[in-house]
Design a protein around this ligand. Structure first.
Ligand code: LLP
Length: 426
């Protein structure tokens, strides 16, 4: 919380008074601290400095231009999963040789754009995909590069929706089939085989699952070595968890680095990491206003102006986000408080059964650690517009995205001709 802190009982983002900011920007809005981004980036780059890794920010966590531009400026490359993310990465001016393209459902046209842009490599998720990449590269008369995503069948301790490296998951090529798949890929004339990729899940708090993964990959690397295939890159994915709960500790990057740097050095290949949440999660909060408070016998509902359409993580994953008042003066603590949004769904909540200060309508709350998978997962449910985003650096704030206008939501709608007549009658 260093970048979001109380000063004289008022919450600040760096040196910006959030209460004052709400007078300039209507709620709800996401608020990001630039210096928090920079500090998280530094934590990773310092820990792994001895092997000089490529830190490819996983843009799916937050694709906003200013966020991407900030991270590119700090030295990040990008892990992308769509043509849109490719466009956004290139927009930052990052060198294409720092872009990696992952995802199980790459479209031929996305593959074509990526090859034309000359990105560093694809992370291939299946053999049929390798054949499509080969075909597209052949038509373009270019040779492209690719790693294979190996599914190591390791179950990390996280929510089942964000576990990706067990054999039940759709991701990657099964460990048992990977060796043959690699040989097949090596035989494709328009693909240069680069190495191994694995990403076992998100919000992991224990380095052990990475160590287990690395051990499995080493088995594969030895086998490849014996058949004359040398890997140039080793990509351990993202997934470094953050401390959403008060008693949690963020993933210990330095500890992981200490445990694996020597192995990586002995393999003599380029290490790639794809952190998303770790870089942007703690750097963002969602600022929301209390609209109404309903006090019932055993329960209080605090109804705020941000809902599941703005931040879906609590509804979708039962994720916990700390929620704190922007004004932290002494007051009674209520038990069993649900902080809920205005959306017409019982699942529309930001926090459930909390012990919470007795807040009143008109005051502001901050939903913490909302910088990752927040804005990017927002929707127009209930015909609500997507909210604004603001970035703070030192004592200045910058609106980095305006709140969507309702007419922008309608912009792409069309009426079929048979309904147009009916419209005139009214
Ligand atoms: N690399 C790959 C191949 C991935 O699939 C992901 C995330 C990452 C890197 C970045 O993971 P991170 O460092 O952010 O944990 N919406 C969910 C998280 C989905 C993660 C999907 N893949 C949530 O809100 O928790």
């Amino acid at each position: 919380m260093t970048y979001f802190h109380y000063r004289q009982s008022t919450l600040y983002c760096e040196k910006v008074n959030i209460e004052r900011l709400t007078r300039a920007v209507p709620t709800p809005f996401y608020l990001y601290s630039y210096n928090s981004l920079a500090s998280s980036y530094k934590t990773i780059s310092t820990a792994f400095a001895p092997v000089d890794p490529l830190i490819a920010y996983s843009m799916k966590a937050n694709f906003s231009w200013a966020i991407c531009q900030s991270l590119a400026g700090l030295g990040c490359g990008f892990d992308i999963v769509s043509g849109g993310e490719l466009r956004q990465a290139l927009r930052t001016g990052v060198r294409p040789e720092k872009i990696l393209f992952a995802g199980v459902g790459k479209l031929p046209e996305e593959i074509e754009h990526a090859i034309k842009a000359d990105i560093l490599m694809f992370n291939i998720e299946s053999l049929p995909e390798a054949y499509v990449i080969e075909e597209v590269a052949k038509i373009l008369g270019k040779k492209t590069r690719a790693a294979i995503r190996v599914n190591p069948d390791i179950d990390p301790d996280t929510h089942k929706y964000i576990t990706t490296g067990t054999k039940e998951d759709k991701f990657g090529v099964n460990f048992a089939a990977a060796f043959d798949a690699i040989r097949e890929i090596c035989a494709l004339p328009h693909i240069e085989f680069m190495g191994l990729h694995s990403h076992i899940g998100s919000q992991l708090l224990n380095p052990d699952s990475y160590i287990k993964t690395l051990k499995r990959l080493q088995v594969m690397i030895r086998k490849l070595d014996q058949s004359g295939i040398r890997i140039r890159t080793l990509n351990l994915g993202g997934g470094f968890g953050i401390a959403y709960e008060e008693d949690q500790k963020a993933f210990d990057i330095a500890q992981l680095a200490r445990k694996i740097v020597a192995t990586v050095q002995s393999l003599g290949c380029q290490l790639i990491l794809e952190p998303g949440r770790f870089l942007v999660g703690p750097a963002g909060v969602l600022i929301t206003k209390v609209l109404y408070v309903k006090r019932r016998a055993n329960k209080t509902f605090v109804i705020v102006d941000a809902g599941m359409n703005d931040l879906i993580r609590p509804s979708l994953y039962a994720a916990h986000h700390r929620i704190i008042p922007v004004k932290d003066h002494q007051r009674q603590i209520e038990k069993n408080v649900d902080i809920v949004g205005p959306v017409c769904e019982s699942a529309d909540f930001l926090g459930l059964s909390r012990r919470f200060p007795a807040v009143e309508p008109g005051e502001y709350l901050a939903v913490c650690d909302a910088g990752a998978y927040g804005y990017v997962m927002a929707s127009n449910y209930n015909f609500r517009s997507r909210c604004a985003e603001v970035m703070v650096r030192n004592s200045r704030h910058y609106v980095i995205r305006d709140r969507e206008q309702l007419r922008e939501i309608s912009k792409h709608e069309k009426l079929p001709s048979f309904l147009k007549k009916g419209q005139k009658k009214r």
